[in-house]
Design a protein around this ligand. Sequence first.
Ligand code: ADP
Ligand code: MG
Length: 676
Amino acid sequence: MDSNTDIKYLKGVGSARAAEFNKLGVDTVDALLHFYPRNYEDWSKIVSIKDAPVDENCCIRAVVSHTPTKHLIKGGRTLYKTSVTDGRGVLNLTFFNNKYIPQMLKENEEYLFYGKVLYSRIGVREMLSPMFIKAQQNDKIRPIYHATSRLSSRTIEKCVAEALKHIDEIITDPLPVEFLEKYRLCPLKDALKAVHFPADNAELEKGRRRLIFDELFYLQMGLIRLKDKNRQTENRHIIKNDYTAEFIKTLPFELTDAQKRSIDEAVRDMASEKSMNRLLQGDVGSGKTAVAAALIYTVAKNKMQSALMAPTEVLSEQHFRTFKEMFRGTDLKIELLTGSTKAKEKREIKEKIKNGETDLVIGTHAIIQQDVEFCRLGFVVTDEQHRFGVNQRTVLREKGESPHVLVMSATPIPRTLALIIYGDLDVSVLDEMPRGRIKTETYFVTGEYHERIYNFIKKHLDSGLQAFIVCPLVSEGESDLVPAKEYYEKLSSTVFSGYKVGLLHGQMKGAEKDAVMKSFANNEIQLLISTVVIEVGIDVPNAALIVIENAERFGLSQLHQLRGRVGRGNAKSTCILVSDSAGETARQRFDIMCSTTDGFKIADEDLKMRGPGDFFGSKQHGLPQLKIASLLSDNELLMLSRNAAAALLRDDSEMEKEEHRLIRRQVNKMFTQPSI
Ligand code: ADP
Ligand code: MG
């Protein structure tokens, strides 16, 4: 037997069970040993019947008072009842439809029972269908595995025990002994034994530590290598002189330290031997545009062109206005290129880009797909990164002669996580807001307050400000929702009949959407009723109020993004969350929203409440699936393994040394498995 032996050859498995194991992703004996329990039953901590907590899993050691008796109940079901005692209390047991119970539980013998203690209607303590095993001298922690309907956790446990007998043939530790000593890790075989059948919690922890370390270590080895490969591109657009200071002087405000730091990091990249691949991450309103502008300016002064891409035409136009204003006092030439640019004008613009007259082109990602030829494209910026896929990132790199790339994202991710998710990018973080921002006040109310909300909106509109109302869905006939369209028709013909009201939803065509957004930006629409399509990037500083209906339908990060549409101007802004059916977790989200406007704090909370899989949506980032490590809670091991991976790759970048051969195999294996 070796690590590649098919699971069906393991004693007690065979082809039928092997098929079930395959469903769980287990095909070899090695995979079985790495199929970790999803949880444990602690049979080692025994409580007395008297002290057993109610409604929580616990373990009781007790003697059976009498052979279980059979009772027939309605519907042809059979119950078996008995009682057990541990000398200090009596516990009733009830089992359903299991005719073997009287044979399995013998009078006067001692067993361990694992389950929840409840109070029966007559006030007696009881357990319903507890798990049980015969009591032994040393009782232990038992594994619980993910099971299928035909393969129980108990069967898996037996198979694992069988495989562990052959562990010396199956497992070779990929990590050298000195390495284990250096990072205080236990040998892999011990770790596997401990994680399946721990003698106690301390041993379990030691085993888990090693296995979590391994997973994070191989993951990061792979990511660091990927990043190095991406960064291998030679820098053909070296920034010889840094003109950012010259530009910064022209700004009407003082940059935050975070903005200065990010600019420096990027300039250093662009002056180095390798081209830049950097993520600029900052909460809504943290001032990413100014960072990009300083870099674009310095690139232009070094006689190279830049392209800035936004996910929609509306955002492109918005950026065009902003940059025109920012570069007013300079000689930089800016062009806007979108789907609605007229053919003749388009030709002229393309000509100017080609002959190098233009310093900066702003547009949707059509710029990279279309036949736009640059004279000397040195720098590409993409805004609101989560709308651009990884593939587009690659196209970008290939456009022109590997220009420097800056990806700007408003999705705040804790830094450690960003290191992993954007493993192929370097990361700068704007973790500081410009001074003097007025915080947006956030309130949570129920639907009874609608009349007051409408009056509040009117007050805003009357004073010249604008407002949003966000509804979750458009006409899907869900009874508990107020579909945006109907809502729009109702409000615009009644309460707000004297005002200019607009509607924006996801089923509108791109051009229609853009037209509505443009009217809103120009204050031709005062109140915009919308679905979540306004979530990204829209900057209308005159909008100072956002009302979010059915707020329980939105996730925390989404609520935060929506709220980010206001609080961008000089007026004090307000966000009102309306919900009539908020459960416990929705309330928790509202509490967080009302208590903080810090996007990083909110992202942290969101991660805690939802887990990273949900947080990033499926497959978006293409990370390998993790079996035991958590990107959230294993922070210390994340950093330790990161350092270990970096140190090893510094010493042996291709993992070619004999003692690193098995490590390389693990890394490759991890990156060929299906991703989350
Ligand atoms: P985002 O990071 O969301 O893209 P923007 O770049 O649109 O944010 O900046 C939001 C607003 O803050 C803009 O009006 C911008 O001019 C302003 N701003 C940027 N940096 C500063 C600063 N250091 N001090 C004051 N205002 C700033
Ligand atoms: Mg922005």
